[in-house]
Design a binder for this molecule. Structure first.
Ligand code: SIN
Ligand code: MN
Length: 265
């Protein structure tokens, strides 16, 4: 899939792009079903909130067929290759549950801040592309972005080991206020199947989900192959060491899986 010139210009200015309903209900349904099966396991890759509900399943593209296919889906991988200007590998893959009632906060941060400090990623030549598996609304803990904050480079941050189960390099309230006074604060919302891609230095967060609706989002963190990480402090399934370039699959790879599963049933 190719981005238009207008989309490239918007990404450069705002640091993110929202692409509504890029995947069908059939495609998101199979990914949701597989995510629910993964959350029900006690794999070490599944991290939980303090209540016990799943927070994040890491590396599902390495042990689940539907997520393996999504991890090489041309509608996600090709636009990122275009924006980063080269071949990419999977630095991290996560299915964030943000479960109804119990999904907890993600504090204000830049992804590259963590990738650089924890994994020795040299440059911000990596980015997230995310697929909504549930509808994301203002009520169920949407992502919050500060448009244009990516141009500030990598900002000072503190290592938050306490707020949630997942350590993160987070920004101060004063810094977030300064940036938001200039850029504002937006919450991209939309139907299941919508996609959002954002620059590694875009400042973002998400509030807790007190609503009765789940908010599952899958994130592919794709890094340019020549920008691979150089520190290996985190588990392999959090910060991957396999730098093989991803070869995009065919556009119907998920609908093929649905058909194969129906035949086998
Ligand atoms: C993230 O920033 O990496 C995840 C945020 C979320 O899923 O709400
Ligand atoms: Mn993030």
């Amino acid at each position: 899939m190719k981005l238009t010139q207008d989309q490239l210009t918007a990404f450069e200015k705002d640091g993110y792009l929202f692409l509504p309903e890029m995947f069908t209900e059939q495609e998101t349904a199979v990914l949701r079903r597989h995510a629910a099966q993964i959350y029900a396991t006690d794999r070490e890759e599944v991290w939980r909130e303090s209540s016990g509900v799943a927070r994040t399943a890491f590396a599902a593209h390495t042990y689940d067929e539907a997520h393996k296919r999504l991890g090489a889906h041309p509608r996600l991988v090709e636009p990122v290759m275009d924006l980063l200007g080269g071949e990419v590998y999977m630095h991290q893959y996560k299915i964030n549950a943000k479960a109804a009632f119990d999904g907890e906060v993600w504090q204000w941060h830049q992804d590259f801040g963590t990738w650089h400090r924890d994994d020795g990623m040299p440059e911000p030549k990596a980015m997230n592309i995310a697929l909504f598996l549930d509808e994301v609304t203002p009520a169920n803990g949407p992502l919050l972005f500060i448009p244009g904050s990516h141009v500030e480079g990598t900002l000072e941050a503190g290592h938050d080991l306490a707020t949630t189960s997942y350590p993160l390099w987070t920004l101060s309230k004063a810094e977030v206020k300064r940036l938001a006074e200039r850029g504002g604060c937006v919450a991209p919302v939309g139907k299941p199947g919508s996609v959002v891609m954002f620059h590694g230095n875009l400042v973002h967060a998400s509030p807790p989900n007190i609503s009765p609706f789940d908010r599952t989002i899958v994130y592919l963190s794709l890094n340019r192959v020549d920008n691979h990480i150089t520190d290996f402090k985190r588990a392999e399934w959090i910060a991957h060491r396999d730098f093989t370039p991803i070869s995009p699959l065919s556009d119907d790879c998920l609908t093929d899986l649905v058909a194969d599963e129906a035949k086998a049933a």
